[in-house]
Design a protein around this ligand. Structure first.
Ligand code: G3P
Ligand code: MG
Length: 251
């Protein structure tokens, strides 16, 4: 129960490590992000069948490993045997799907801070939040904030860990609009929100900032220097970067 209530966000947050430079959500990707100077790294986390919080973006293992099927149907010892680098390097590698604990240790040893995104997990969302809370509750050496697109996950982590910093993510306005986002953030004491780059405008950013909520922005593609300048000029606090090489030292 150790995370604090205030957090200073850096302008650049590594996205799944640095996903355009290394296989996403792996030790290699997070180590590289830290090595090139990012202080905060975003990772996607869900539990395996034996309730181990692991790094994986998708529901299934198919896209980023040489396995297939839902991660929740496998114990971690079997997931760990899969190749999590082959999809990126197009040849066999020894890169594996790490546990959240591996990444926490890496960050603690290298002064890295983490944004842990709680991913949906086929009705195991509450259990995800519970296990992630268990693994992180006594960490005080690094800063952590939690985020999710999934309301069940946000409500659960807010309930379990009210003193943590949390962020609701919006990819579109189908279910929630900006007024909903602001009222959810205020009601759940969420200090940060995250928006798809396609949703933002000067007016929207101004409206959110009036409520004193920090704003992060992500994109399906790497955000380049000129977009980053535009985004920061309207008041966005941080962006998620897939390949920050051209942006380092610029902000
Ligand atoms: O939190 C920002 C970003 O990670 C959200 O999108 O799909 O890359 O997890 P995604
Ligand atoms: Mg993510």
């Amino acid at each position: 129960m150790t995370q604090k209530k205030t957090l200073k966000l850096p302008k650049l947050i590594g996205h799944r490590g640095v996903k355009d430079l290394c296989p996403e959500n792996t030790l290699e990707s997070i180590a590289r992000a830290l090595d090139i100077g990012l202080s905060f790294i975003e990772i996607d986390v869900k539990i395996s069948r034996d309730k181990q919080p692991i790094l994986l973006h998708d529901d299934t293992l198919d896209r980023t490993t040489n396995g297939s099927g839902l991660a929740i149907d496998y114990d971690y010892e079997d997931i760990k045997k899969l190749d999590a680098g082959k999809f990126f390097y197009k040849k066999n590698t020894n890169i594996f799907v790490p546990k959240l604990e591996d990444i926490l240790n890496l960050c603690i040893n290298n002064n890295g801070n983490l944004n842990i995104e709680l991913k949906p997990n086929k009705n195991f969302e509450k259990e995800n939040a519970h296990q992630i809370y268990e693994v992180t509750k006594n960490i005080n050496q690094i800063d952590i904030f939690f985020s999710s697109f999934d309301m069940i996950s946000i409500l659960e982590i807010s309930k379990l860990y009210p003193q943590s910093i949390r962020s609701f993510l919006l990819d579109d306005f189908k279910e929630y609009n900006i007024d909903d986002l602001i009222s959810i953030s205020i009601n759940q004491d969420l200090k940060i929100c995250g928006l798809n780059i396609d949703l933002i405008s000067t007016d929207i950013i101004k409206k959110i900032k009036k409520s004193n909520i920090l704003i992060t922005v992500y994109s399906d593609k790497n955000i380049n220097l000129s977009s980053a300048n535009d985004i920061f000029s309207i008041g966005v606090d941080s962006i998620f970067v897939d390949n920050p090489i051209d942006l380092l030292g610029k902000f």
